[in-house]
Design a protein around this ligand. Structure first.
Ligand SMILES: [Zn+2]
Ligand SMILES: [Zn+2]
Length: 399
């Protein structure tokens, strides 16, 4: 099936029985949204003619779409080697007491996330040309991180296919005013809690299934076909097997907890910070079905430069995320070059809602904590277009 906006003008990513084809190879013609109610004012941005996906494709050098198995494997080995080195160097860190242990966990989280990005290439098919090999390597990268590969592939592809769609974007909780009113107080308080970042990936998102369905339970709402349920069991068994091997090596539950589970929670926190900041921002818009289109949704993605060598270490998924969203078949090592092409296409839209969004965020951790407090819920900006409450209130005050 192909999802259409109600005006019939904006084609979106094709979807077949739950499997999402998100390569965006189709040419998508963006047209101005349908006319608004007479009580509403059409804004300047809404009249903007957006570029087609093909326009972005033409602006990106063709070699950026090529996968190099040797190079991909090199990054896989590099990230595993970094994690192995950190285990080897653990006594040096522990020499510095609690501070050393904390620093070790932060580094484990960063390099764990780097390994996750390599697995992320596998699920998009950008690790190599062979998808069976991609799936095997993907499990090798994801399972030690207690991240079920096939289920996350499913939810993540839906995120790509419906980015910033109020109802269909997976992995992001787009909370509206009506949801906020009904939300229990403990849930409202959970997000702003600084420690919540350590719990959101596991157990909140992948095990409990808030908000996309459990990634470990084969009968959760995430899966619609038996083959997906079988895949869920395969990936889940791989995760549990890795955790069991870690326990056998650790020799005790206490060691397992402090040297496997705690660093794993730092990886989860890093993942939550990066994925949250890629799409949550004061300027971002979210669209209802009638206003949403593939290109429009992707233009709300934000590239962020974290600094401190983190962007290179985490394979530029931070500052190359916009390009990744337009073409997820581009391997991570071509994202920065591809970003230059994306920037060129978006340049004429610089002053509109759809320009290229980039921020230098050395303060990424504080920003993550602050946005979790500030960006509480979305309200309607105009019909079918939503923005965070605080953004619209600030705009109203500035007038
Ligand atoms: Zn994303
Ligand atoms: Zn992706």
């Amino acid at each position: 099936m192909v999802a259409h906006s109600s005006d019939g003008l904006s084609a979106t990513a094709p979807v077949t029985g739950g499997d999402v084809l998100v390569d965006a190879r189709v040419s998508i013609e963006e047209k101005p949204p349908r006319s608004l109610d007479s009580t509403q004012q059409a804004t300047e941005e809404e009249r903007v003619q957006l570029p087609t996906v093909d326009a972005f494709r033409r602006a990106i050098p063709p070699h950026c779409f090529e996968r190099d198995l040797t190079r991909s494997l090199r990054y896989l080995v590099q990230d595993f080697a970094a994690l192995a080195f950190l285990y080897f160097a653990l006594p040096v860190f522990e020499y510095f007491g609690l501070f050393g242990y904390l620093a070790w966990n932060v580094l484990m989280g960063v390099f764990g996330f780097a390994l996750f990005v390599v697995g992320h290439d596998c699920l998009h098919g950008s690790f190599s040309d062979n998808q069976v090999l991609n799936d095997i390597i993907g499990h090798i990268a994801f399972s030690p991180l207690f991240s079920p590969y096939f289920p996350w592939q499913k939810s993540h592809k839906l995120h790509h296919a419906f980015t910033n769609h109020i109802d269909k974007d997976h992995g992001h909780v787009w909370i509206q005013d009506k949801d906020w009113e009904k939300m229990p107080t403990w849930k409202k308080l959970f997000n702003p809690m600084p420690f919540s970042g350590w719990l959101k990936w596991f157990p909140v998102y992948t095990l409990f299934g808030f908000c996309d369905g459990s990634h470990f339970w084969p009968y959760s709402s995430l899966f619609v076909r038996d083959s997906e349920r079988v895949q869920c069991v395969i990936s889940g068994v791989c995760c549990v097997a890795c955790a069991y091997v870690a326990l056998a090596i650790a020799g005790s539950y206490s060691n397992w907890f402090w040297y496997y589970w705690v660093p794993l929670s730092f990886f989860g926190c890093m993942l939550v910070i990066v994925t949250y900041l890629q799409h949550a921002d004061e300027v971002a818009e979210v669209y209802e079905a009638d206003e949403w289109s593939f290109v429009r949704g992707q233009t709300q993605t934000i590239d962020r430069f974290y600094g401190f060598g983190l962007d290179e270490t985490m394979h530029h998924i931070t500052d190359g995320h916009v390009a990744h969203h337009f073409f997820n078949k581009i391997p991570h090592y071509h994202l920065i070059e591809a970003t230059e092409g994306v920037k060129k296409v978006l340049e004429p839209l610089f002053e509109t809602q759809y320009g290229y969004k980039y921020q230098v965020n050395y303060d990424f951790f504080v920003r993550f904590l602050w946005f979790n407090i500030k960006l509480d819920y979305l309200v309607h900006k105009t019909k079918g277009i939503l923005q965070f409450r605080t953004t619209l209130e600030e705009k109203a005050k500035a007038k």
